[in-house]
Design a protein around this ligand. Structure first.
Ligand SMILES: Cc1ncc(COP(=O)(O)O)c(C=O)c1O
Length: 454
């Protein structure tokens, strides 16, 4: 990532972009980071492509917020029409927020039957944890060791990936996430559940008690860890034993990304209520007590939500109340309505499954030739690829991962790297990513890998 202005590290930028970089560094706070050794200046987007001022086309293999594609015409149409008509809040009777809520809740198991809107994932995480604490009377929250859950005081305090200068909350305990590359798949699930148990016991002994186990259902910042399917349900069973709740952070995996509408479905083995999922036929698994939605929900319009059971949120709603000025406003709901329609009409979860499988196959083929590619992990269109030292195939190699990311950027293909060792290629394009996009990505990656070997 390029932080601030360094013209020497970006010698190929146009004079206009160089000037923009300079001005940017003079007004934006030092928190802001740019991706890549050479920043990308984009002026428009379409589908899974971004374009710079010179009209160059970048393949977007990274952005999950525009899930149905950049600048989707239906979002533009619905949002423009709504903005020209009415934009208020949830304290008046309006049709759109009710009918959207009915449709969205129908995609969840029926027990999850109430929704509260906010504007960002962080706000929704914050509310989910407040709800869990209120409902259980406990304070403790268990998160994974490299989790990211947001920017507010509470959600940053649940985000160890922000590093040592970001203090975790006093009632927060971390556990190592499953590691698909290094764990024994036969025991990984039970071992994760055992770590949850130890952490819950610790919270109990300290008199804090367990309010919730909060996990991103695809463990994005822990390096994309979808396997073994079911480990979150096993962990949730332990949480319930201790009187705690399972909060599924669906901000990254939600809305079809992982091949099902919700990422937790991979772990509960259910699709909605009745259709058994493919992963765990017949498993009597718990469902999340609370699900938190965000990012792709409005395809770029700020909208997020907390979904839970009526009885769980009842007392909080009556005794604490929650009003979010912009949360669930008609314009954001119009964007969310467009997203939900397109996800359904184009069966984007199904498309994510097939396209993701093709990408995973192509990546596995490349790993046969290029030994710096280690394990390929995939759930729908969320893929993580370990970059390792070819001489020590289990050793994470963040420097080579960064070289791959920047080499692809030089070929106008955009990905990133994540994970506790920053060595996992994060491949997470808009869900409309097509077959030609897949070919271009794999060809560019092969070219990049060959140039790094040369
Ligand atoms: C898993 C997860 N949860 C929560 C958040 C916070 O969402 P927001 O940036 O919309 O506040 C993020 C953002 O990256 C996230 O990845």
């Amino acid at each position: 990532m390029a932080n601030g202005f360094d013209p020497d590290s970006s010698p190929d930028l146009s004079p206009e972009a160089t000037d923009l970089l300079r001005r940017r560094s003079q007004v934006l706070s030092s928190s802001y980071r740019l991706f890549y050794s050479e920043p990308v200046d984009v002026v428009c987007g379409q589908g899974s492509h971004l374009f710079d001022a010179a009209g160059n086309d970048y393949l977007d293999v990274y952005n999950n917020v525009p899930g149905i594609g950049h600048s989707h015409p239906r979002v533009t149409e619905y949002v423009s029409a709504q903005l020209a008509t009415l934009n208020t809040h949830t304290r008046y009777l309006t049709e759109a927020v009710v009918s959207y809520s009915e449709d969205l809740l129908a995609t969840f198991p029926t027990a999850l039957d109430r929704i509260t809107y906010a504007c960002s994932g962080s706000e929704a995480i914050d509310l989910a944890v407040r709800l869990a604490r209120f409902a259980t009377g406990h304070r403790g929250v268990i998160v994974t060791a490299n989790a990211y859950h947001g920017t507010t005081e509470l959600s940053a305090g649940l985000s160890p990936s922000l590093g040592e200068n970001n203090p975790l909350g006093p009632d927060v305990v971390t556990v190592e996430a499953p590691d698909g590359f290094r764990d024994d798949p036969a025991t990984a699930s039970a071992e994760f559940a055992a770590r949850i148990r130890t952490a819950a016991e610790d919270l109990e002994e300290r008199g804090i008690g367990l309010a919730a186990v909060l996990v991103d259902s695809v463990l994005s910042s822990d390096g994309v860890q979808p396997e073994p399917a079911g480990f979150l349900a096993e962990a949730a069973t332990v949480a319930h034993e201790f009187g705690g709740l399972w909060i599924a952070d669906e901000v990254q995996p939600g809305f079809g990304r992982t091949g099902t509408m919700w990422g937790f479905e991979r772990h509960t083995g259910t699709r909605g209520d009745t259709q058994p999922g493919p992963e765990l036929p017949g498993l009597e698994a718990p469902i999340p007590d609370i699900a938190v939605l965000g990012k792709p929900m409005g395809n770029g319009m700020p909208i997020s939500a907390v979904v839970t059971r009526a009885e769980l949120g009842e007392e909080f709603g009556r005794r604490v109340r929650y009003f979010n000025t912009f949360g669930g406003n008609p314009v954001s709901i119009a964007a969310a309505r467009a997203v939900l329609e397109v996800v359904r009409e184009e069966d984007l979860p199904g498309h994510a499954s097939t396209t993701g499988a093709a990408l995973a196959q192509g990546l596995s083929d490349l790993a046969q030739d290029f030994f710096l590619l280690g394990q390929v992990r995939q759930a729908g269109l969320f893929l993580g690829v370990e970059v390792v030292d070819p001489e020590a195939p289990r050793a994470a190699d963040p420097a080579r991962a960064s070289a791959v990311v920047n080499g692809l950027r030089d070929r106008r293909v955009l990905i990133s790297a994540s994970g506790p060792h920053a060595n996992v290629l994060k491949i997470r394009p808009p869900l409309v990513f097509g077959a030609a996009d897949t070919d271009r990505f794999l060809t560019s990656l092969a070219d990049t890998l060959a140039s790094l070997r040369a």
